[in-house]
Design a protein around this ligand. Sequence first.
Ligand code: CA
Length: 362
Amino acid sequence: MKRREVLTGAAGALALGGCAAERQECASGEAVRQITWKMVTTWPPNFPGLGTGVLRLAKFIDDASNGRLKIKVYGAGELVPPFEVFGTVQRGAAEIGHGAAYYWKGKSEAAQFFTAVPFGMSAQEMNGWLYYGGGLELYRELYAGFGLVPFPAGNTGVQMGGWFNREINSLADLNGLKMRIPGWGGEVLRRAGGTPVGLPADEIFTALQTGTIDATEWIGPYNDVALGLHQAARYYYYPGWQEPGPVLECIVNQQAFDALPKDLQTIVEIACSAINDQMTAEFTARNAQSLEQLKADDKIEVRRFPDEVLRQLRALTDEVVAELVAADPVAARIHASFAAFRKTVGAWTEISEQAMLDVRAL
Ligand code: CA
């Protein structure tokens, strides 16, 4: 083990010196070109699952490229505020960013399809659509208009519906509620009489504790406990109708991406795909552990939204999406692909995952 570390260290030192003996570049006398990218993210530095996942992504790229492509990661607020990630990568002030497409609905309403549509698709189904159902092509086409290349790079799986200090027994209980909830979920809440608020992760706990907001959704047990949300609200509702399988994204400045040699482009793409799987696996494992902790806490009640509330939220969602599709031809094209895939995959899910889960509960 020691000997291996010594050897690795020696190889590392050589690479940093610009000449690893086994490299062809060195044999031909050329220096090894090292590229460093700045990466800005919407997540608090080192935040469990999200921030740490991004650090793992950066390490994959560094290791797989043998140090030729280094990614210096900045958490939210370290270089730019969280909601400036898109613009920062777009103008090239950072080459790469990590966040979620629905944060950029101010730039393009249609971007939200690539994170989550309420009552839409699970993580597995979203991956099916993106990688093998035409979704990724549409995603790339949309972002090309902003000079960005997007990659799916993480998925939290089904989220929780959120934290409330009042019981939600009917849709009327959402009336007057000020809640942190992004994307279309927020618009649906507005139509139910509530006030959606957009807040980045690091501001949610204080807002809920001080009563600036009445309720919040964030992700699931693992991350919600990390923010301390269980200390500021009593009722923890499920399911996360607003985000059934939200995709996290990596965005790369088009010019920076085009300037990479082909092998480094492929490394970036494969690293994003790897972290897409890894994050989902981590969320699955750690959400389960944190849920046990919450269930053992008698100050917390884990509750299911009543069916009638979910039915009405679903009807409002259909209304919101239909209005956008009627007004925006780009959104209409993406929606057509999304809706067709959901219908097809839904029939398969019903007799595969869903049937298996139903049977398991017998
Ligand atoms: Ca959420």
